[in-house]
Design a protein around this ligand. Structure first.
Ligand SMILES: [Fe+2]
Length: 390
């Protein structure tokens, strides 16, 4: 079985052994005491969770969008890289590789993109406070080979946030590829390592990126949906479901990515109000992580999902499917999606992608929320980790 991950450790790169050890020094240590790695999922601060009555009946603003706003209007959400932008990416990637810095040490300061900076700055704001997604095109993935492709892709991402590990192994760049893991063993595998269909979900980390390296022979199509639009629909059509989603009665599987003494699950609501900041509505959702806990509920350690919860899950998925924007990723496409106010899904596929997760500095500075991703054994609890939804 081929390894499914490109970067095996956040601190010890597989790149030349002579390369000096370097961590992402741009990451504020108050948020990243260990550099890139984060400390896994944490339960919310239960005493600051808001009741359903505190939630808005209707959310307004640019984060609320419908499929018709973008379908047939690629100019509103697609940015084809120009030849000069590609040239800038190529130059920066060549210089980074020549310097011998490990890929895990990539940062804004050692991957300068003067021409693209203003575009990426605007994009970053749109990811945080606007529609929450973009699709880049024309990235020369097949021309550059895997190493330069990974460097350029991650270098581009440094303009948007700090890379964080995606799992307990400290991986910061994942190879989304079917490595043969059995998707029916949902308590033990990460679904991105299989070819199974993903239901609508958000990843941990504020933004997730996906670069299409090889086109799927079939499937591999992507859907995204505005959580704020979904919330409005639920409030209109299924208020009982909306209410249930705000209650901290949902157990999420840590899938074994725990430190000593931690429970194998976390309990929290699916939607919650940001603690401080702009008081925005956020979501944490992945039905695979909710459904995979039968090994504990069968032993009576946690409750089984109720009929109401199963109904809510079904309604949520149906509304997401109905409201989602559909896209087919081509080779050289890079999709960046907010995890804070978007959910995404993909169809079953037979292709190959690179994925990465980022945690954005300004978002955490403003609000101190969502320090998620995964890590097995933190040296000490990071100070901002325990926030609702994080
Ligand atoms: Fe995902």
């Amino acid at each position: 079985m081929a390894p499914g991950i490109l970067v095996d450790d956040a601190r010890s790169s597989h790149l030349p052994p002579s390369a000096p050890a370097k961590r992402n020094d741009d990451a504020p240590r108050a948020i990243f005491p260990d550099g890139i790695r984060t400390s896994g999922q944490h339960p919310p601060l239960y005493d600051v969770l808001q009741p359903y009555s505190a939630f808005p009946k209707q959310i307004t603003g640019p984060t609320v969008w419908q499929r018709s706003d973008f379908e047939g209007h690629p100019e509103r959400w697609v940015h084809p890289f120009t030849p000069s932008e590609i040239s800038e990416l190529s130059t920066a990637a060549d210089a980074f590789i020549a310097a011998g810095t490990p890929l895990t040490g990539i940062s804004k300061s050692n991957f300068p993109l003067p021409q693209l900076t203003s575009t990426l700055s605007t994009l970053r704001d749109d990811l945080l406070n606007g529609k929450g997604f973009i699709l880049f095109k024309n990235f020369p993935a097949q021309l550059w080979g895997p190493h330069k492709t990974a460097v350029a892709y991650m270098g581009l991402g440094t303009q948007l946030g700090y890379f964080i590990s995606q799992n307990g192994r400290g991986h910061v760049l994942g190879h989304v590829k079917d490595v043969g893991d059995d998707p029916t063993q949902i308590h033990a595998v990460r679904i991105y390592r299989t070819a199974a269909r993903q239901f609508f979900h958000a990843d941990d980390g504020d933004i997730v990126g996906l670069l299409c390296v090889h086109r799927a022979q079939e499937g591999g199509e992507s859907d995204i949906v505005s959580v704020h639009n979904v919330w409005n629909v639920l409030q209109r059509e299924h208020p009982e479901v909306a209410e249930l989603l705000t209650k901290p009665v949902w157990y999420f599987d840590r899938k074994g990515e725990v430190s000593e003494g931690q429970e194998q699950w976390i309990r929290q609501p699916v939607v919650y109000i940001e603690n401080g900041g702009k008081g925005r509505v956020y979501s944490k959702w992945d039905p695979y992580y909710v459904r995979s806990l039968t090994r504990f509920s069968e032993k009576g350690l946690i409750p089984e999902l109720t009929e109401e919860q199963l109904h809510a899950m079904e309604v949520l998925e149906q509304v997401c499917q109905r409201e989602a924007l559909h896209m087919v990723l081509e080779v050289g496409d890079i999709q960046f999606v907010s995890n804070a106010h978007l959910l995404h899904a993909r169809t079953a596929y037979t292709g190959e992608f690179f994925s990465s997760s980022g945690l954005l500095g300004t978002l955490t500075d403003d609000c101190g929320h969502r320090l998620c991703s995964s890590r097995a054994t933190p040296p000490s609890p990071p100070p901002v980790a325990r926030y609702p939804g994080g």
